[in-house]
Write a protein that binds this ligand. Sequence first.
Ligand code: BDR
Ligand code: CA
Length: 311
Amino acid sequence: PRKIIIDTDPGQDDACAILLALGSPEDLDILGITTVAGNVPLALTSKNARIVCEVASKTDIKVFEGCDRPISRALVTAEYVHGATGLDGPELFEPSMPVQPQHGVDFIIETLRNEPEGTVTLCTLGALTNIATALTRAPDIAPRVKELVMMGGGFFEGGNITPAAEFNIYVDPEAADIVMKSGIPVVMMPLDVTHKVLTLKRRVEKIGALGTKVSKFIVDMLGFFERFDVEKYGSDGGPLHDPTVIAYLLKPELFSGRMCNVEIEIASELTVGMTVVDWWQVTKRPHNAMVMKDVDAEGFFDLLTERVGRL
Ligand code: BDR
Ligand code: CA
């Protein structure tokens, strides 16, 4: 199995991504989960990550707490989407799994130094603060990363927190800038992809039909999560952003895109956090990311349903 670190700010869609990974032990070896502030403050994202592992009875997974704020900005959160807990919907509980004593950033550095070069994949589902902090502190780890698959950005689709910026990049644009300049091979799942994987009623019902504790937890989460998009935009479901990252590792053929140059806007007040994607190759700037644009949404939900059905 492929060795991964999941860096996350759960979040209902982060939780679904974690469950998709937990349901795929033959394919993915989760070395650790690192938490970051984002959708809600760090204490809650760390708690939520552990709740998700416990719901799936995977209490041997190690959860490390990372950075509690962006590199040089005040934290922006998204309770208006995810609820006050970050994981509103299901009945939540106090997790009994411990948080590991090591800081998440130290875990990332140590793991990349100890594992054979080119064997560890970073899966980022939130702001890139932990990864950028690790890269700044230990630049030697960059060439050791196999690949970084991120949910972040948007190009033709625009932004979801400002007209220009997607939330994960907007929360810590300086961190995203460091990552995009690091030389690490990046695969990007922008809003252009994630807005195509909607939690349609029939898809959620299929998950519910599994009839397990995990499936009920997912259905309860998604019932809350979709409310924002359904009420605000009249859409037929919520965009299940973060699981696309894990789905890519399991079935890359579900996605299509192209190699591009991606730069992060960090200066402009109007467009800060924008991912400037050179989709049409109008510059000679070097390609630094595989930017995905399309997804087989039915195949994606079939995969999700099948894998969480194993939990
Ligand atoms: C991203 O922002 C968060 O609210 C979601 O969990 C996802 O990672 C979507 O813009
Ligand atoms: Ca997230």
